[in-house]
Ligand binder design. Structure first.
Ligand SMILES: NC(=O)c1ccc[n+]([C@@H]2O[C@H](COP(=O)([O-])OP(=O)(O)OC[C@H]3O[C@@H](n4cnc5c(N)ncnc54)[C@H](O)[C@@H]3O)[C@@H](O)[C@H]2O)c1
Length: 383
């Protein structure tokens, strides 16, 4: 067979992200398409090995998808010669030691964000991966979403003129778990288990802001735990000790001011669960996960403030939809394809552990800002 089989140990595959986005929507989807064309004309063929703690769940997932290779023995799988890549979608706190073991075993490593619990550990993982000569990468899926790719197209095409500001609104109501089951895992709401919306979302905002608009020079954040107690998967009430909302201001190089609200205690009055409004001298855009709308300076209305009169214009209708102009695949799958090319063909992969460490740094400094009430400068990492 004209295939390049690549053994991939998938750890945390019973979880929300590991199963749905990474196994099913990415690796199995690549197999459904007959593999990924490699530079030499052969087909890169992912061979998933499901890794986790619960044999029954692993066996059930394997059988559901016609797979046979699963194990609860991480060290054993890392010792196998036919395993080339270690992938981690475990709860964040388990990540560092597993990645370290994978690097020591000489595996290429790809991981969910955040890379580690703190900046020092993330930088250390970067150094270890570089020293071992393994290929490393961190999931930065939002960059591959249709809405943000259209936004990037606008930035690169010079649509905005000089970009002034970015306003992001992310969130939805996560049920408390009492009268309706919560739609996120309970560890997300316990600080001791690595939970919190800053840890969860600031890594995303770091790479979105940096890649689309420029490096982040400072952060100021206010965080809150709006819902103090929740009910977990077993029906037990627990204290929510982690932040469930974060109100952040980020100053970017070149003077762009970005503000992003992140909340699991907000109800959606938006078109999508995340939206970014970008205002520039020549035009503005509002991008969500899928869609992107624009208003050019030439089509900008001239409202006059008069609270005595009802709104005279239908402002939302004055925006124009950006066309797709290309086919957009699942964002996680697109990044997996780039990573597999990086491993097999040696192509560039900028979403590496150094990029992941910058995401962790923004989490750490954002939380420091919230604790101290200060705006915190973001120094370049000493890699
Ligand atoms: N890229 C994204 O958009 C995105 C979205 C959500 C979560 N994530 C990240 O993905 C990771 C997993 O999040 P999730 O929402 O899928 O969580 P989840 O709770 O659904 O899954 C966690 C996985 O880790 C395993 N696990 C749990 N406790 C463990 C322990 N003590 N030791 C070993 N394994 C354990 C579970 O069995 C499960 O397989 C997190 O690091 C999170 O930050 C990324």
């Amino acid at each position: 067979m004209n295939r390049v089989p690549i053994g991939i140990a998938l750890n945390g595959v019973t979880g929300r992200m590991g199963y749905r986005q990474h196994l099913v929507r990415s690796l199995l989807a690549i197999r459904d398409e007959g593999g990924l064309p490699a530079a030499d004309g052969r087909r890169i063929w992912p061979e998933p090995i499901l890794v986790g703690r619960n044999p029954a769940k692993l066996r059930e997932i394997a059988e559901r998808h016609g797979l046979t290779d699963w194990t609860t023995d991480l060290d054993g799988v890392l010792a196998r010669d036919d395993v080339r890549i270690y992938f981690d979608a475990q709860v964040t706190q388990q990540r560092e030691k597993a990645i370290r073991a994978a690097i020591e075993a000489g595996k290429d490593v790809y991981t969910e964000k955040p890379l580690a619990d703190d900046t020092a550990a993330a930088v250390d993982l970067y150094r270890a991966a570089r020293a071992a000569g393994v290929k490393h990468g961190v999931v930065q899926d939002k960059l591959f979403l249709p809405g943000l790719r259209k936004l990037r197209r606008l930035v690169e095409g010079g649509f905005f003129g000089r970009i002034l500001s970015v306003r992001g609104e992310f969130g939805y109501w996560v049920f408390e778990g009492d009268w309706q089951a919560a739609q996120r895992p309970s560890w997300n709401y316990r600080a001791a288990d690595g939970g919190g919306i800053v840890v969860d979302m600031f890594p995303h905002w770091q790479y979105v802001l940096e890649r689309l608009f420029g490096p982040i020079r400072s952060v100021q954040a206010t965080v809150a735990t709006h819902i103090p107690s929740r009910v977990d998967e077993s029906g037990i009430t627990y204290e929510a000790t982690a932040d469930d909302a974060a109100y952040g201001t980020f100053e970017l190089e070149g003077g762009i001011v970005a503000q992003i609200n992140s909340s699991w205690a907000v109800r959606v009055h938006r078109d999508e669960l995340v939206e970014f409004q970008v205002d520039g001298t020549h035009g503005s855009a509002v991008a969500g996960l899928r869609e992107c709308r624009i208003q050019h300076r030439g089509a900008t209305p001239k409202p006059v403030w008069n609270p005595d009169l009802p709104a005279t214009e239908r402002f939302r209708e004055q925006w124009q939809l950006v066309p797709d102009n290309e086919t957009f695949d699942n964002g996680f799958k697109v990044q997996w394809e780039r990573y597999l090319h990086h491993v097999v063909d040696g192509t560039a992969f900028p979403w590496d552990f150094a990029a992941g460490a910058r995401g962790v740094q923004l989490v750490e400094l954002g939380l420091e800002s919230a604790r101290t009430g200060r705006r915190i400068a973001i120094p370049a990492l000493d890699l």
